[in-house]
Design a protein around this ligand. Structure first.
Ligand SMILES: [Zn+2]
Length: 392
């Protein structure tokens, strides 16, 4: 299989991929569509099941031969990793599984506890390297030694790309200037795969944690101008690490048995895709001006309408909070704890009911032509209370 260019420019990267692996891209895409149709036919739309099936059936198609062509595609940060044609296919599948359109990519990967394909390719490459090292009397090892000489003399080739990757993750790679000394040293060097992958994952996910915002009170985002990812990390939580430290484990709600409509409400809420004032694409309007229209119309006060307001503050949903307190949800806890509580099914049902209540209340408000009038606000408040009484 031809080895793609190690060019690091995005355009060149895509070109190298399409030049060397168009069949893989087509095969992976076909496998992805086939899996989607099979999952739809069998009614299995649980996102975790979808991703398990995807990683077994489709990721392998996208990764065929990555041991050889992979090293040229690894030295990328998260945003660059997203530009790879195969990774674009990966996130298309995830969007389909989540049932949302154009979510923030970092949120999508965090929500599904997934990493871009590049991490899997890096694992294959390093395992291939160690296999070469452990079989010194083979033809492959002879080619490996020749490739080390090529890397020393010409600074190109497979070994050179692996060294470049090891430097990219932060390791010190010392290569003797004498090619035979380099062969003697590196042809016996076993790479600590777990440690290298941990460093790579850290580099790819560094923006997920957004250290500049850590330590501050998440409630401040109600008034501040935090980007979506900050709200997600502080209110929904980061995916838990796997017990062995490699990759991320699924969130508790991913494994819970939740009806489809309720799961959709929960997923859209967690991905910041509800039609709340803070999520609308108003470029010129400040966050502080994005207030809850229901609270304002009913004279309950002026609050920024974000996920925290909906979950904990908005008086329009107080009757639902009281109802779901009996099902184990504790709305006196911080939002992060509520979103990661073991009562995920109750939380999904609560959010589903909030969505229905919200739609009904907006309908009431639109029915009242004088809803923005201060006097009419009292009427609307009465209507909301009546609605709450009718839907205990
Ligand atoms: Zn409100």
């Amino acid at each position: 299989m031809p080895v793609p260019s190690a060019d690091t420019q995005p355009a060149a990267l895509c070109k190298a991929t399409s030049a060397s692996t168009p069949e893989l891209l087509a095969a992976g895409r076909a496998a992805s569509y086939k899996l989607r149709s099979q999952l739809m036919a069998s009614g299995r739309r649980n996102p975790r099941q979808c991703m398990l099936a995807y990683n077994v059936c489709v990721r392998s198609a996208f990764s065929y031969g990555a041991q050889v062509w992979g090293p040229g595609h690894l030295c990328v940060e998260f945003d660059r990793a997203m530009q790879h044609p195969m990774v674009i296919e990966q996130r298309r599948f995830m969007q389909w599984a989540a049932g949302v359109v154009n979510p923030t990519l970092r949120l999508l990967y965090m929500e599904f506890s997934q990493l871009p394909f590049q991490v899997h390719w890096a694992s294959l490459v390093l395992r291939f390297w160690n296999n070469l090292v452990k079989h010194p009397d083979t033809l492959c090892h002879k080619v490996f030694r020749d490739d080390i000489r090529l890397a020393v003399h010409s600074e190109c080739g497979w070994v050179h790309d692996v060294w470049r990757f090891l430097r990219f993750v932060g390791l010190e790679v010392v290569v003797p200037s004498d090619s035979e000394a380099a062969v003697a040293q590196w042809s016996k060097c076993v790479v600590p795969i777990k440690s290298v992958l941990a460093l790579y994952e850290q580099r790819l996910t560094v923006a997920w944690r957004d250290g500049s915002m850590l330590g501050s009170d998440p409630a401040e985002y109600s008034r501040g101008v935090g980007p979506h990812v900050c709200r997600y990390a502080h209110w929904m939580g980061l995916p838990p690490p796997m017990p062995d430290g490699c990759g991320f484990a699924p969130f508790p709600h991913a494994s819970a048995c939740i009806p489809k409509a309720q799961r959709s409400a929960l997923l859209r809420f967690r991905l910041l895709k509800w039609d709340l004032a803070v999520n609308r694409p108003w470029i010129v309007r400040n966050r502080s001006d994005r207030v809850c229209k229901l609270c304002k119309a009913a004279n309950f006060g002026t609050f920024v309408e974000d996920e925290r307001h909906v979950l904990l503050e908005c008086k329009c949903y107080e009757h639902l909070r009281q109802r779901y307190t009996h099902q184990g949800l504790n709305f006196t806890l911080p939002m992060l704890q509520i979103m990661n509580s073991p009562h995920t099914a109750a939380l999904a049902a609560f959010l589903h009911d909030v969505l229905a209540c919200r739609t009904a209340l907006f309908g009431l408000m639109q029915d009242d032509p004088a809803a923005h009038d201060p006097v009419a606000a009292l009427v609307l408040a009465g209507a909301i209370l009546r609605y709450q009484a009718q839907h205990p």
